[in-house]
Design a protein around this ligand. Structure first.
Ligand code: FMN
Length: 302
């Protein structure tokens, strides 16, 4: 990936793809604000709708960089995997983010039209495999991140990966300020991959109750469990209790009892949730991150 593209953002941030949260409005607002908007293809309820979403996003981001990303869940349980990949390729989506599966088959087809592939990884082993598959950027999922979370400390993760990868690197997990973005850059990363703050925006598809619950939450309210989908993910404790997934004694339903539909009422968030003090637009978040990042850059240059 050309490093030039990395320096052309207002602030080096990808608005991370979030199931049932990121739709057209969030993607368009993020890209037009000068960062990269992204969404999981599954958020469009059918391949036909995904096709329409792609066309609308391209149309409405023409004046900006036009850089947006589609996230493909590559796990074999995703019945739409191949259909969605074909649509992504037909639309020549600039950046394609792969999750939960090998990016091998995606890389060749996306590179063929000049697109670029980002792979999110939570282990060193998967980072190495993604590099072997030929991806253009790694996204390190670190401890405390929202959604299907990571468990490695960000400093340890960046340092070890930088030992064998000199290409573009993004970091996900609890990044909510421009100062933190600068910090991960100094530690060796290029971009921040930010989810939780963008849930509590008018542009997100999250419910009003979910957004308000985020505004009132702190790190102590986040619980990591595999009880919802079988993969460790971070959730607001209150929503797990309400769902009966978590009991008041702290125990969980046996693994596997939850299914994907539980994401509707089990509200995911990362440990950086306390930074979400109010519901603000995507543009306001980008402006805040930009100002803080600029100040931190000046500070670091002293
Ligand atoms: C509600 C929610 C849904 C998510 N859904 C997805 C998803 O569909 N695909 C994916 O690759 N990551 C998903 N993630 C993870 C994010 O893309 C990103 O890695 C994470 O939010 C970064 O951590 P942060 O929330 O602490 O900023 C989700 C995260 C949240 C909070």
């Amino acid at each position: 990936m050309e490093i030039k593209a990395l320096s052309s953002f207002k602030v080096p941030v990808i608005a991370a793809p979030m199931f049932l949260v990121s739709g057209i409005e969030l993607v368009v607002a993020a890209t037009n604000a000068g960062i990269v908007g992204a969404f999981p293809t599954l958020n469009a309820r059918s391949p036909a709708l995904l096709d329409a979403w792609m066309a609308e996003i391209k149309d409405r981001t023409q004046g900006a960089s036009g850089l947006f990303a589609a996230n493909l869940i590559l796990h074999s349980s995703n019945a739409r995997r191949d259909d969605d990949l074909n649509i992504v390729i037909n639309h020549r989506v600039p950046w394609v983010i792969t999750s939960v599966g090998s990016p091998v088959k995606v890389v060749e087809r996306v590179h063929a039209y000049g697109g670029q592939v980002l792979a999110d990884v939570a282990t060193i082993r998967h980072a190495r495999k993604a590099i072997q598959a030929g991806v253009d950027m790694l996204v390190l999922l670190t401890a405390g991140a929202g959604g299907n979370t990571g468990w490695i400390n960000p400093f340890a993760f960046i340092e070890e990966v930088r030992g064998f990868w000199s290409g573009p690197l993004a970091v996900a997990g609890c990044l909510t300020t421009g100062r933190q973005i600068k910090a991960i850059q100094i530690a060796g990363a290029d971009m921040a991959y930010i989810g939780t703050p963008f849930i509590a925006t008018p542009e997100s598809m999250a419910s009003k109750d979910y957004k308000e619950a985020l505004v009132n939450a702190s790190a102590d309210d986040i619980v990591r469990t595999d009880a919802v989908t079988g993969i460790p993910a971070n959730f607001l404790k209150s929503s797990l209790l309400q769902q009966g997934i978590m009991q008041v004694d702290g125990s969980f339903l046996p693994k596997g009892d939850g299914d994907l539909a539980n994401w509707k009422t089990a509200w995911s968030a990362g440990q950086g949730v306390a930074s979400v003090g109010s519901i603000q637009t995507v543009e306001q978040w980008v402006e805040k991150l930009h100002q803080e990042w600029r100040q931190a850059t000046e500070f670091a240059a002293r």
